[in-house]
Design a protein around this ligand. Structure first.
Ligand code: GLU
Length: 383
């Protein structure tokens, strides 16, 4: 049985990436001896990110480190922490963590914005759209979104518990083409290289099969999250959403530059491209909560890849909230698309047929210009 899938094939390349999620593990960011951030390392990463942005890439950071930082600061080094202790430590550490990122980015003229998410924010459709819109807006401001799990309020039931899967969900939500997991290991091996000297490094994984999953071993004990297993679970989420993932060592300074220069890593190949994966996901939502009927002008615009504007809608039916999936019909009753709506049924009744500029007055607040953004719309020809 060969576990070394794809050996010899060309690996995906960071040079082709346009939108990258970079996940940083706690061990890389926190110096346990000094109970402080490793600022020199952080500066070198921010310099790398500034270069990526200069070359036209969008960069989103998922940063761990809040709990680890506060754990050292508060001298809570016992391996087992109760949930409420973790929550309290996260609330302490998150302040210093965000400040560290802000200071390091400022040196490169970059501004960052913080989002603390729970699992619901990435899975519930309405909250997913909200989080996504904030990230997109930060990127349009040329800022770097810095994301962590909202550990201070997340209970066990709604926690990811590890930022590997959170990062994969963020990549999925933002249709990012590449996810980098910087860790203390430079990729996946045929066995644990710390225990077995004959373990072979795997450069490319074409598909995260059960055999590959078996290489992840058991989750690490105690408070520690992550480990290879959650990285492989993250690869599954990312690859199915059209995102290539790479595990690389972040132990040295300038980790992105090292990766670009060919540093040892394992790439997990995306199953299809990110845009198509999102379209497929939307197309596969069968439980639509309502319908919109649109005029022939809007039908023509949609077929050319445009977003749906309130002006093109002639009728609305059903009860649905912002973020829910609706089916879109043409004037002769044929279904032509499905999409995630920016407005509830109740709101659409007020603005249908109107110019976007009039919507603010009719609704009493200023919402998105488009009723369904083209990225959140799948034509039936796709389904
Ligand atoms: N969200 C946790 C923190 O900031 C880290 C989770 C992880 O290490 O994956 O401390």
């Amino acid at each position: 049985m060969s576990l070394v899938h794809g050996e010899g094939d060309t690996a995906p390349s960071l040079n082709d990436a346009r939108r990258i999620v970079i996940k940083i593990g706690s061990a890389l960011l926190v110096d346990a001896q000094r109970a402080a951030l490793r600022t020199e390392w952080l500066d070198s990463l921010c310099s790398d990110i500034a270069s990526l942005k200069q070359s036209g890439c969008d960069v989103i950071v998922v940063s761990s480190g809040a709990i680890a930082l506060a754990r050292h600061q508060m001298s809570k080094k016992s391996t087992r922490l109760r949930l409420e202790e973790k929550q309290a430590l996260a609330s302490i550490g998150q302040i210093s963590l965000a400040q560290g990122w802000q200071q390091s980015f400022a040196a490169y003229g970059l501004t960052c914005g913080q989002l603390l998410l729970t699992q619901d924010d990435t899975e519930d459709r309405e909250r997913h759209l909200n989080a996504r819109a904030t990230i997109e807006t930060l990127l349009s401001f040329d800022c770097v979104p810095i994301i962590n799990e909202n550990d201070a309020v997340a209970t066990n039931e709604i926690r990811f518990g590890d930022n590997d899967r959170l990062a994969a969900r963020v990549a999925q939500m933002t249709a990012s083409d590449t996810l980098i997991l910087f860790s203390d290991i430079n990729g996946l091996y045929t066995a644990d290289p710390r225990k077995e000297p004959d373990a072979r490094h795997i450069p490319v994984v074409d598909r995260v099969t059960e055999d590959i999953m078996a290489l992840g071993g058991e989750p690490p004990p105690g408070y520690s999250s992550g480990g290879m297993r959650t990285k492989l679970l993250a690869a599954r989420i990312a690859n199915r959403s059209g995102t290539h993932m790479v595990i690389a060592s972040g132990e040295h300074t300038s980790p992105v530059t090292r990766l670009l220069e060919g540093g040892l890593s394992t790439w997990f190949r995306a199953e299809l491209d990110a845009g198509s994966a999102r379209k497929r996901w939307i197309g596969s939502i069968l439980s639509t909560k309502g319908t919109l009927t649109i005029d022939t002008g809007a039908e023509h615009a949609l077929s050319k890849g445009a977003s749906l504007l309130p002006a093109g809608v002639t009728q609305v039916s059903g009860t649905f909230q912002r973020g829910e999936a609706v089916s879109i019909y043409n004037t002769i009753g044929q279904i032509i698309a499905r999409g995630l709506t920016n407005y509830s049924a109740h709101e659409i009744v007020k603005i249908l047929g109107c110019q976007s500029s009039a919507a603010e007055q009719l609704l009493g607040y200023c919402g998105p210009d488009v009723l369904i953004h083209r990225d959140n719309l799948t034509l039936v020809s796709w389904i």
